[in-house]
Design a binder for this molecule. Structure first.
Ligand code: HCA
Ligand code: CU
Length: 378
């Protein structure tokens, strides 16, 4: 996969996260950071949602960021007019197409949906603004209905059609199949939006790209409705493995930690310990066998390189699983000198102690230091 674009939705989907409240200043900070990072698009909450949402959308449009600014609205003329008036570069239109949403949300049948879609799309285009049309809950919609609708909107001309796994039910194979089928039906770009209810959001994004999707929706740390969507950092990690050159040419990866910290702080959460790239132990190696190999050549047990993200590798040395190679490296870091035999001896002491109680780094360092002192006093 050597060409995809990011539609960063922290300031739209992410605002639907339970803890999110972004004031104007925070929105501007996040939008600016995302633009500097290199995302191609930033999607903002509908200006119809509230007066402040509308003013914030206008303010962000005026910043002159590198990223294109989008807003996300229902597929109605009223919403589309207000969206175009804010000064955005593009409007993302959405309407529910599954029977759940048709019956319990807006009450329109497929014919009425198609008619509304065409009218609103023509209007947005007439305003000289980019337009995307997306069907909410695509994976629980009737496939024939869905393809017919996408074909109709593609025929009149849209920049993108969007597929949304609104409830997070899709598997990578289902995503691949739907996007592949759609690729054969429309000629416009294909965007995908994937919720993470069953932990598939990153894998599904990858499957979508393999099938020909061109645009992936993300949010920082994956925040969004319920447990959220594909995370920006997780997508970067996934794509770095197979598309390193492309990813490095577009995105400033060493900014990822700063952006995640900023958003985590704004919504008052911690970075999860197992977060790709920035989880506190993402580049920590513990078992003696791992540590030895890592010290010799990091690629043995690392598919991502911490230095690509401005981060450091950490070789754990304060446990009963430690081996003498890790201790040797720590001894060097502490500026001490010992023979290999001596390192092995102090390693045995550390392991003995670690069998009795958990060791902190400080504890372990002082075992090493006092052993070193004894050696000198001999
Ligand atoms: C939602 C809407 C949406 C829209 C996705 C899209 C979804 O239910 O809040 O515009 O492609 O998940 O369906 O976020
Ligand atoms: Cu969503």
């Amino acid at each position: 996969v050597n060409n995809f674009k990011i539609i960063e939705s922290t300031l739209r989907e992410g605002e639907q996260f339970a803890n999110a409240f972004f004031d104007t200043e925070t929105k501007i900070k996040i939008a600016t950071a995302l633009s500097d990072f290199g995302v191609e698009y930033i999607e903002l909450t509908s200006p119809v949602a509230s007066q402040q949402s509308r003013e914030d959308c206008e303010a962000i449009c005026k910043l002159g960021l590198k990223s294109k600014i989008l807003t996300h609205v229902r597929c109605t003329m009223e919403d589309a007019k207000i969206a175009c008036d804010t000064g955005v570069d593009g409007v993302d239109l959405v309407i529910g197409t599954s029977s759940f949403l048709r019956e319990h949300s807006h009450g329109k049948d497929m014919l009425a949906i198609e008619k509304a879609a065409i009218e609103v799309i023509e209007y947005v285009k007439s305003r000289g603004v980019e337009v995307r049309f997306s069907s909410e809950d695509s994976f629980r919609s009737d496939l024939v209905d869905l393809l017919q609708l996408y074909r109709a909107v593609d025929r009149i001309g849209v920049n993108r059609v969007g597929v949304a796994d609104t409830v997070g039910c899709a598997t990578p194979r289902q995503v691949y199949d739907l996007v592949r089928t759609l690729r054969g039906v429309v000629s416009c770009d294909i965007e995908i939006h994937l919720h993470n209810d069953t932990g598939c959001a990153i894998a599904n994004a990858h499957a979508a790209l393999e099938a020909g999707a061109t645009h992936i929706d993300t949010s920082v740390l994956g925040i969004g409705e319920r447990n959220g969507i594909t995370s920006l950092g997780g997508l970067m990690a996934r794509m770095m493995v197979g598309s390193r050159e492309y990813v490095m040419s577009r995105y400033k990866l060493h900014k990822i930690k700063e952006i995640e910290d900023m958003v985590a702080d704004a919504v008052q959460i911690n970075i999860p310990f197992n977060n790709p790239i920035t989880g506190f132990c993402a580049f920590t190696h513990k078992a003696g066998i791992h540590a030895k190999a890592i010290l010799a050549n990091p690629s043995t047990y690392e598919i991502l390189k911490p230095e690509d993200y401005g981060l450091n590798r950490y070789v754990h040395f304060a446990s009963r699983l430690t081996g003498w190679n890790a201790i040797k490296s720590r001894v060097e870091q502490l500026g001490l000198s010992m023979t290999d035999a001596q390192v092995k001896e102090v390693t045995a002491k550390i392991k003995q102690m670690a069998d009795i109680r958990p060791l902190a780094i400080d504890d372990t360092d002082s075992i090493i230091r006092s052993f070193h002192l004894e050696l000198q006093q001999k």
